[in-house]
Design a protein around this ligand. Sequence first.
Ligand code: UD1
Length: 312
Amino acid sequence: MARCLVTGVAGFIGCSIAAALLARGESVRGVDNLLTGKRENLAGLEAMEFQEGDLSDAGACARACAGIDTIFHEAALASVPRSVEDPVSTHRNCVEATLNLLVAARQAGVRRVVYAGSSSAYGDTPTLPKQESMPPNPISPYAVAKLAGEHYMLAFARVYGLETVVLRYFNVFGPHQDPGSPYSGVLAVFCQRMLAGEQPIIYGDGQQSRDFTYIDNVVEANLLAAAAPADKVAGQMMNVATGSRITLNETFAILRELTGYRGEPAYAAPRAGDIRDSLADIRRAEELLGYRTRIDFREGLRRTVDWYRGRA
Ligand code: UD1
């Protein structure tokens, strides 16, 4: 019987966590509704039990949670602009899904739930770096939905004693991130376009900055959060990032070296709901989890470009 459940397992972060768990010899179940997840991301995860199911369905949640000890909850509609266009489906797939999962987890006697939170919860406040003690200020429906999920996690820890841990991810990137949708993360889109010799589009002046976090760091944080003593991490929320930031213009310049792309970017109007700058204080994760940034931005970007090149 599987002991670990990864939700959103056909997505980029979910499949990466599942692969790491299998490599450690864990027994793993994955669930995905394949709305944005891709079956191709399940390649190499054959040792995992896969359930196709939607977490907005209570029955699917119960089946997914049966016999499980630890859940890594990655399932979401991970996009700010998508939520601006269709806030209701973001709510259903982020908030309702999370609440249903928590109810089923409690019923099934799950011990711990590690939740994929989002740095978007901090909103567009000028103070950097973002510290967990800052009041949340979500400015997009996506940010509201991911933050609501956080609150449910922390409430289930307080009220029912479920060991929930919230990891607030900052702009995760790496192999398996889908470049093919208008809602895709910027680095996946830029890697794919620049390798294909196509002009990338920068929304705004390109001086917006992000704490781009390579996937291996996020996987590591999840494994640490699953293993950490309950008295340290249950009911806690912490940033998972690198603690450094880079602008889109600088990122474009590095990608030009790595991909061999010769052109300039096109500039277009800024996107609604976008935040300007993002940078994490990662001391809480360092202290509570022993988390360290293992792979820095440049090395992560090099590995990512290599992965997309191999796919082209
Ligand atoms: C991302 C995540 C979100 C996460 C949030 C905070 C994705 C799809 N979204 O949102 O889940 O919660 O970080 O960590 O990974 N841009 C361009 N050109 C493009 C695409 C984007 O200039 O072709 C710009 C955007 O306008 C934005 C920046 O790049 O200013 C980053 O965009 P994106 O990768 O979508 O990430 P966030 O909106 O920061």
